[in-house]
Design a protein around this ligand. Structure first.
Ligand code: UDX
Ligand code: ADP
Length: 469
């Protein structure tokens, strides 16, 4: 039996994004005896992590960072220095969908990830545990191992897979109290030793039975499969919502009825304008690409349909708006309540509201967008539309809706339930429409106020017998 490496208690995380930042903040909080450094090539982002205005909005994050920053949590741009001094390295760089060459629009772009692997190899001076946190195609760890072992430098690198399951908006809660933590490793003595070190780190705050050790390929694939299953549930209920609109069934009642079957369960059954976020679409397309690579065309088509239904749901919502508003939106003022891809985040990546806003602009509507957290990102995303005066951003929802023909609710921010819709109705052009893309509002009350109400997957409540989908 060879001597097992003795790793120091310095942790490095490469990539200070939505995953790396919050994950390391919680880890530092729970493990005061570890020194945790988070590095990134983006100096602006690191400066923000070191300031009072963190680069991402996440409930509870500021408190954790305040407790740990400068104590045992550090943010830096010194990647080489970090690699030299830390023996436990998490990699959480972005792996977006490839936009060029073979697999464009489907496969994961691994350039940032490979660059990181090479940097680790260049600067390492001691044995390392390298932990994949980013979502990666199954069997990526093998490529990581090959790069790390491509030089005969006498060092050992153990690669583990520890995928992240945090959801934005509840990241801190998910990290502090995860359903499960997966730690995938090879089945060698050194790999098991590295795995046990990571198990011990998590065991500081996660009950042992929720820390699952498994094969490294299973771990990588479980992350892709989990996201595919979650997204599939949303596309399933959204497909049911389309049929509800035709048959006067109510999708909320149907979701409740099916969710009471304990085998199905009640969560993740809210019909919506479609799922957004940085993971679902990217991970499913990546999965589809991998299936096709192995010649498993039928399975690829099956999962691809989840993304197709999602695109269809957004188109359908837009079409319903057009039909309800007398088949023309040209010159109409339409207010989007919410722009984030879900509530409690400022993130707009793949937000269905982007598609809806652009679709409305294409119909020559005037779009006014309000959101309590995401306007900074909206300004960047829609810079061209804003410069052409097709889109305006307004922080106050009352002011945003003023003079509009319609409100379309995009994000389920609880504050939109609390607004005074009588006051809003008074300030709008008549007939005043509400399209509730999240079924968040009190539709009966809105109808009583005078609105033409179009919920999602339910019969419309109109005062004048208008368009029925
Ligand atoms: C997701 C996974 O949940 C998480 O485990 C993984 O690590 C990353 O991807 P996230 O994208 O942050 O997390 O948000 P999630 O809560 O899963 O929502 C994704 C999208 O689905 C949002 O646009 C949300 O509004 C939508 N959604 C969710 C629905 O439309 N209906 C639902 O019932 C649930
Ligand atoms: P995620 O949602 O997966 O966390 P983000 O895009 O929010 O994705 O964060 C990934 C981070 O990784 C970005 O801040 C990016 O600048 C950083 N990054 C990408 N490549 C490297 C690299 N080679 N070294 C250090 N950081 C990197």
């Amino acid at each position: 039996m060879g001597k097992l490496p003795d790793y120091n208690k310095n942790i490095l995380c490469i990539g200070a994004g939505y995953v790396g930042g919050p994950t390391m903040a919680v880890l530092a909080d729970k493990c005061p005896d570890y020194r945790v450094t988070v590095v990134d090539i983006n100096a602006e982002k690191i400066a923000a992590w070191n300031s009072d205005e963190l680069p991402i909005y996440e409930p509870g994050l500021t408190d954790v960072v305040k407790r740990t920053r400068g104590r045992n949590l550090f943010f830096s741009t010194d990647i080489a220095g970090g690699i030299k001094s830390c023996d436990i390295i998490f990699v959480s760089v972005n792996t977006p969908t490839k936009t060029y060459g073979e697999g464009a629009g489907m496969a994961a772009d691994l350039q940032f990830w490979e660059k990181t692997a090479r940097e680790i190899l260049t600067y390492a001076e001691s044995d390392k545990i390298v932990i994949e946190k980013s979502t990666l195609p199954v069997r990526t760890a093998q490529a990581m191992e090959r790069i790390l072992h491509s030089r005969d430098n006498g060092l050992s690198f153990e690669v583990l897979s520890n995928p992240e399951f945090l959801a934005e908006g509840s990241a801190i809660r998910d990290l502090e109290n995860p359903d499960r933590v997966l730690i995938g490793s090879r089945d060698t003595e050194r790999a098991r030793h590295a795995r046990d070190i990571l198990v011990d780190i998590y065991a500081r705050w996660v009950p042992r039975e929720r820390i699952i050790t498994l094969g490294i390929w299973s771990s990588e694939l479980s992350k892709l499969a989990s996201n595919a299953f979650l997204a599939q549930r949303i596309s399933s209920i959204n497909a049911i919502s389309a049929l509800c609109e035709k048959t006067e069934a109510d999708v909320t009642e149907v979701a409740r009825a099916i969710g009471l079957d304990s085998r199905i369960g009640p969560k993740f059954l809210n019909a919506s304008i479609g799922f957004g976020g940085s993971c679902f679409k990217k991970d499913i397309l990546n999965l589809v690409y991998i299936y096709r690579m192995y010649g498993l065309e039928e399975c690829a088509d099956y999962w691809e349909a989840v993304v197709k239904i999602n695109e269809y749901q957004k188109r359908r919502f837009l079409l319903n708006m057009l039909k309800a508003m007398f088949n023309t939106l040209a010159g109409k003022r339409i207010c989007l309540f919410g722009f984030a891809f879900k509530a409690h985040t400022s993130d707009i990546r793949e937000s269905p509201a982007i598609t809806i806003a652009r679709g409305l602009v294409a119909e020559r509507a005037q779009v006014v967008i309000t959101d309590p957290q995401a306007l900074k990102n909206a300004k960047w995303e829609l810079a061209e539309e804003i410069s052409r005066n097709e889109v305006t951003l307004v922080y106050d929802p009352y002011e945003a809706a003023n003079g509009c023909d319609a409100i379309a609710l995009m994000t389920e921010w609880p504050l939109y339930r609390e607004l005074d819709y009588r006051e809003i109705y008074q300030s709008m052009r008549k007939p005043a429409f509400i399209f509730d893309g999240r079924n968040l509002l009190d539709h009966r009350e809105l109808k009583e106020i005078g609105f033409q109400v179009y919920p999602l997957g339910k019969p419309p409540l109109t005062t004048d017998g208008g368009f029925k989908p």
